[in-house]
Design a protein around this ligand. Structure first.
Ligand SMILES: NC(=O)c1ccc[n+]([C@@H]2O[C@H](COP(=O)([O-])OP(=O)(O)OC[C@H]3O[C@@H](n4cnc5c(N)ncnc54)[C@H](OP(=O)(O)O)[C@@H]3O)[C@@H](O)[C@H]2O)c1
Length: 310
């Protein structure tokens, strides 16, 4: 099968042939139809994670996937050959990835059924970013009238979180800079925008002098956003590993680590199928063009970049 993989030779990752993987106990094999890029993939591609996680070469890149179940390992219940599925490849080592024709994934975490209404391209774009958004949203208790600043609202995580907050009745302030970004976040439910190329805190305090109830931080320095949070409020961030990373008095700091539990993925898929949320797919690339997709992701995008494997 064809995969886009990193080898142990210091070279840039490339398209290569690899043996078809067999599903182990508790795993299914997925015929990948689409896969999406995340910042994590850029870190793997650059070799930055070599000393931080076990690498089993060739390391196939990619976490987000959508496709059909093609083989079922022993002990698997709830999945059959032919099921449409999506999710996030979640293993405690790097090696099996979604930028290839097939990937094996454990059914305990990182996979859920994909409803017919959601196509593979959209399904692939939901996984990791959507999970991070749901986990951040769930961490902060947003109800009607809660004021929420989403920092990084134009990104994959931010767009999902913004929609979840708006749908819960929150008054959402979204970071956006260009006219295109402003139009997008308003369409997704933002009541107000602030330009992240300027001083975000000053702009927030102009309309909310006591600060906002909640900051969801997916881009920008979390510590710099603390003065935008009302006393007694919360700041949740995907950019920190522990609350100590952001010293703050009178506000709760919540690190967010995305856990693609099946229930979370099912919720994401249902939200997409029922049009409660919408994922923006900016561009679709064939496997051979992953290097271009990586370059494009690194220079900024306004939606998810998806690799298709027909
Ligand atoms: N902890 C976890 O489990 C977890 C899971 C998923 C993601 N993450 C992390 O969460 C972050 C967001 O992920 P993502 O997939 O949404 O990334 P993304 O798609 O790259 O989105 C980031 C967005 O923020 C914008 N931006 C850049 N600088 C900003 C600033 N100072 N203030 C406000 N917005 C700014 C970017 O605009 P431009 O494109 O114009 O630069 C981009 O639209 C990443 O750092 C990612 O690594 C963590």
């Amino acid at each position: 099968m064809k995969v886009f993989a990193l080898h142990d030779d210091g070279q840039a990752p490339s398209v290569t042939e690899a043996p078809l993987p067999e599903p182990q106990e508790g795993e299914v094999r997925v015929r990948v139809r689409a896969a999406a890029l995340n910042g994590f993939d850029l870190s793997v591609a650059s070799g930055r994670l070599k000393d931080m996680m076990e690498h089993r070469f060739p390391v196939v890149l990619g976490k987000d996937f959508a496709g059909t179940v093609d083989a079922v390992g022993s002990g698997v219940t709830g999945f059959q050959v032919g099921d449409r599925v999506f999710g996030v490849v979640t293993k405690d080592y790097l090696g099996d990835g979604s930028f290839g024709e097939y990937v094996t994934v454990p059914v305990a975490v990182g996979i859920a059924q994909l409803p017919e209404q959601v196509d593979f391209t959209e399904g692939a774009a939901l996984g990791l970013a959507g999970t991070a958004a749901v986990d951040a949203f769930d961490a902060v208790n947003v109800t009607g009238g809660t004021t929420v600043l989403v920092s990084g609202a134009t990104g994959g995580v931010g767009q999902q979180a913004l929609q979840l907050a708006a749908r819960a009745g929150a008054e959402v302030i979204a970071t956006a800079s260009s006219a295109e970004e402003i139009e997008l976040v308003k369409r997704l439910g933002a009541a107000q925008t602030v330009d992240y190329r300027g001083d975000v805190v000053t702009q927030v305090l102009q309309t909310h002098p006591d600060g906002v109830d909640v900051v969801l931080n997916f881009a920008g320095d979390p510590a710099a956003l603390v003065p935008a949070v009302k006393q007694g409020g919360k700041l949740a961030s995907t950019l920190i590993m522990s609350a100590d990373a952001v010293p703050a008095e009178g506000i709760e700091v919540l690190p967010v680590y995305a856990n693609p539990a099946p229930a979370t993925l099912t919720r994401l898929a249902r939200n997409q199928a029922e049009m409660h949320t919408a994922v923006t797919v900016q561009q679709v690339y064939p496997l051979a063009d992953v290097p271009q997709a990586i370059e494009d992701f690194g220079s900024g995008t306004l939606g998810k970049l998806v690799i298709t494997l027909d």
